[in-house]
Design a protein around this ligand. Structure first.
Ligand code: FAD
Ligand code: DHB
Length: 391
């Protein structure tokens, strides 16, 4: 097969890139290891920054957000006996939206189907070749077992943390940074109305807890747990008891509604960046180049921001053989990536308990400052609601 851009991975980065390229008259073929059903069912992120919503809307993908998204002015930050609201709209003039990654993924898959775009689901053995030439190609085995080859002008590595693209860059041409955290999140999805109008991020001596949501009848909640936790060691009642304690059930008349848990899983946490995000005609976007711990709600938004930069860069390359934006892509994207890496690390460090009493006092002091000082609150709000795409 021959196309303009071969895209590896049909997550949010890959499918959004295919969509934006098509709007610019550029052809692509997407190769995805998992089945379409598996990709559609993955429960992941839940918050869109205002710049992500603007981009999806301007790309004609805003109808679902309009119909089912929930605009939030801010978040609650709390610690035992104190809950404070940070109003991002008042602080920095921007809001965020609760709109699940499954919904974003469904919107993208629907747009891809409607346009009849080529997506090879269930592909194995994807491999990247001749990336330092102007005729790179990708080989894979399709779901029927047939060997395939895509010749392209560029390859987009949108294959997440475990795909082949990252490692396709020669080892002596890349650098990476990593931090593994000593805790994980146990996440649940429950058929119960949220007990809060906006998200609650809670510091507690037993560990962090987060109350998020997906709709008026579905709640999404997380608990800090030790690494290596087996989800089967946490019966549903114990999860609800821990959430009630950490989120402050009974304090100032607030109650946590519980209900049937429909999904539960443990998510390890790490920070990772690989640089540069480009090698020859290979461009990395989203989790293929970087990972953040989920506390800042940045993973999905970073994937969208990368693709918003990459699509015009590939457009100039394909249409005009102009490589200026392509050459600037990695540096431009990494500026925002490192800002989000710092914010995600900072939120994670402020809210997760380590058992060290000195650390706990520093965290509480930081939380008091962030909620009591307009300057502190504005800094958190500016980062959480998201900086402009080109920041
Ligand atoms: P992905 O969504 O990972 O997509 C990559 C795609 O490439 C996948 O479909 C994968 O199957 C495919 N692929 C991989 N290998 C190959 C191969 N060899 N060949 C072909 N295709 C391949 N972020 C938050 O902000 N908040 C959260 O609560 C949150 N929760 C998360 C929970 C989990 C379990 C995970 C894994 C991530 C979570 N994230 C969260 C992060 C967020 O979901 C990601 O940042 C986002 O999905 C990045 O999109 P992406 O398209 O770059 O990568
Ligand atoms: C959700 C996940 C996050 O990591 C976060 O910071 C906020 C919300 C969620 O899944 O809803």
């Amino acid at each position: 097969m021959r196309t303009d851009v071969a895209i590896i991975g049909a997550g949010p980065a890959g499918l959004l890139l295919a969509h934006l390229l098509a709007q610019d008259g550029i052809e692509s073929i997407v190769v995805e290891a998992r089945t379409k059903e598996y990709v559609a069912a993955r429960i992941r992120a839940g918050i869109l920054e205002s710049a992500s919503v603007d981009l999806l809307r301007s790309a004609g993908l805003g109808a679902g957000i309009e119909a089912e998204g929930d605009e939030h002015r801010g978040i609650y930050l709390q610690w035992p006996h104190e809950r404070h609201h940070l109003d991002f709209v008042d602080l920095v003039g921007r809001s965020v939206w609760v709109y699940g990654q499954t919904q974003v993924q469904a919107d993208l898959a629907a747009a891809s189907d409607a346009a009849g775009r080529a997506v090879y689901y269930g592909a194995s053995d994807a491999a990247l070749h001749d990336l330092d030439s102007d005729r790179p190609y990708v080989t894979f085995t399709d779901s029927s077992g047939a060997a395939q080859r895509i010749d392209a002008l560029a390859v987009a590595g949108c294959d997440g943390s475990f795909g082949p693209s990252r490692a396709a860059m020669p080892a002596d041409r890349r650098e990476s940074w990593e931090r593994i955290y000593p805790f994980s999140w146990l996440g649940i999805l429950a058929d119960v109305a949220p007990s809060t109008d906006e998200l609650i991020y809670a510091w507690h001596p037993d560990g962090f807890a987060l109350h998020s949501m997906r709709s008026a009848s579905v709640s999404r909640l997380y608990l800090q747990v030790p690494n290596g936790t087996d989800v089967n060691d946490w019966p549903d009642d114990q999860i609800w008891d821990a959430l009630a304690t950490r989120l402050g059930h009974g304090q100032n008349g607030w109650t946590l509604n519980s209900g049937p848990i429909t999904e539960k899983s443990v998510l390890p946490m790490r920070s990772f960046v690989q640089s540069p995000m480009r090698y020859g005609r290979l461009f990395l976007a989203g989790d293929a180049a970087h990972t953040v711990p989920p506390t800042g709600a940045k993973g999905l938004n970073l994937a969208i921001a990368d693709v918003a930069l990459l699509a015009p860069a590939l457009g100039a390359l394909v249409h005009k053989n102009d490589a200026a934006l392509a050459e600037a892509y990695s540096d431009t994207a990494l500026r925002r990536v490192w800002r989000c890496e710092h914010f995600s690390w900072w939120m994670t460090s402020m809210l997760h308990t380590s058992g060290d009493p000195f650390d706990a006092q520093l965290q509480l002091s930081q939380l008091r400052w962030v909620t009591a000082s307009a300057a502190g609150a504005a800094g958190l709000a500016e980062n959480y609601a998201g900086l402009p795409i080109g920041f």
